[in-house]
Design a protein around this ligand. Structure first.
Ligand code: CAA
Length: 389
């Protein structure tokens, strides 16, 4: 029997502020049903001026290090599509902030929202090669579209940190994976922009094609049948997308698309994404966190994952929930990460949206806004300055 490898611990963090969709709807005159029902979003996390992908990632990873120590972590793989530097891996700042040893390999990965799944699979390969080591996988993103654009309502921010190890306490990741790549321009962010460009309706079609393609490959590789899965964790740019994807998959497989069954398969996975918004790489694993926190006992049950990254790459794979997993969940801390956010009004959100470090890299101190454990204090001589409380 092959070595059991998978997710041993999972922790997440999000931004300091929250903008309810009612405030956005009031500002732009949208009927609130479009947000609450049409895209399935209630609120979005908004990072403080002194937060970014590094501060959220460190806040997500610190509890993992506190629980498991640093001795076995030899690799950090940081997945993001809102990268802060073209050369230096954001994970190196995190490595320093959470006190990992110098004998660590740190690297950053990118393929839109899919990156964290590549990181997870690479981590599994490393642990299979040396089962004594653990890999810290971090997915951290700030989802940002232009103000007053259709994508604005789907913004959000969060980081998920996962410890990947042999004999995992939460979810054992299985072979095979179903893979799909297609060269499409549905969503992208050229180096000279800090907001994404997107063809919204084309991106939904591209996502659905990728669901089909990755599922087809999964079955051809000898994967499980659809009926075996207790739940489906989809990438959720907005939670309604998970419903669209699952209905599409059921149709493709010639199954009935009974709303009650779809709710049962997806429902619990959307609880965190619905109030946090799109967190790109982190989104599918926030879906897993919500599922584990909110479901009845899933011991021994297979869970499906569909990870999609625009551009596009998708992977369909399965994990089995491990006996005793409930003792290792962070349900209270997860609730606290969401509940501690401070509501921001529309004007405050707009100001934060437009906040930028000076483009010339000159000295700048950020206002002290975050109450989280790590801050982006400012920039000096083109160097970002992070501090720990
Ligand atoms: N009550 C209830 N529902 C309503 C409503 C009302 N009053 N008014 C509208 N709706 C429904 C619409 O019928 C529609 O539902 P269906 O999709 O089921 O038909 C839904 O609300 C959205 O309405 P529109 O399509 O008219 O909305 P839009 O054109 O303003 O934009 C969007 C929607 C394309 C998703 C846009 O938010 C967007 O561009 N988002 C960013 C891109 C994105 O998230 N793409 C997803 C796939 S790509 C991906 O997954 C990678 C990633 O992370 C970005």
């Amino acid at each position: 029997m092959s070595l059991s490898v998978g997710i041993h611990d999972l922790s997440f963090a999000t931004g300091e502020f929250v903008l309810p969709h009612t405030a956005l709807a009031e500002y732009n005159g949208t009927e609130i049903g479009k947000y609450h029902l049409g895209i399935g979003q209630e609120s979005m996390s908004v990072p403080a001026a002194d937060e970014d992908i590094v501060t959220m990632a460190a806040a997500a990873a610190a509890p993992i290090v506190a629980r498991h120590g640093t001795d076995k972590i030899r690799t950090v793989v940081f997945a993001t599509e809102s990268s802060i530097d073209q050369a230096k891996a954001a994970g190196i700042y995190v490595h320093s902030l959470i006190g990992l040893p110098s004998a660590t390999r740190v690297v950053e990965l990118k393929q839109a929202c899919y990156g964290a799944t590549a990181a997870l699979q690479f981590a599994i390969g490393l642990v299979r090669r040396d089962p004594a080591q653990q890999v810290l996988v971090i997915a951290s993103d700030v989802s940002k579209y232009d103000l007053d654009s259709p994508g604005e309502a789907t913004q959000g921010a969060a980081a998920v940190a996962m410890l990947v190890s042999a004999d995992p306490a939460l979810v054992r990741i299985e072979d095979p994976s179903g893979l799909f790549t297609a060269d499409v321009m549905d969503f992208w962010r050229p180096n000279y922009r800090d907001t994404a460009l997107v063809d919204g309706h084309e991106s939904i079609g591209a996502y659905l094609q990728a669901v089909e393609g990755s599922w087809k490959d999964y079955t051809e590789q000898g994967g499980r049948s659809l009926e075996e899965f207790a739940a489906f964790c989809y990438h959720q740019p907005f939670t309604k997308m998970a419903y669209k994807a699952h209905r599409h998959l059921l149709n493709y497989c010639g199954h009935d698309t009974d709303q009650h069954d779809i709710d049962r398969a997806i429902g619990h996975t959307t609880a965190y994404n619905r109030v946090i918004g799109n967190s790109y790489t982190a989104s599918v694993y926030l879906g897993l966190a919500a599922l584990l926190d909110r479901s009845e006992d899933l011991t021994g049950r297979p869970v499906a994952f569909l990870s999609y990254g625009s551009g596009s790459v998708a992977e369909f794979f399965a994990g089995t929930v491990v006996a005793g997993y409930k003792d290792h969940l962070r349900t209270e801390a997860n609730r606290e990460a969401i509940d501690r956010r401070k509501p921001v009004d529309y004007a405050g959100y707009r100001e934060l949206h437009e906040h930028k470090l000076p483009a010339d890299g000159g000295d700048h101190a950020n206002p002290e806004q975050t109450t989280g454990p790590f801050r982006l204090a400012g920039i000096s001589g083109h160097k970002r300055i992070y501090t720990k409380r």
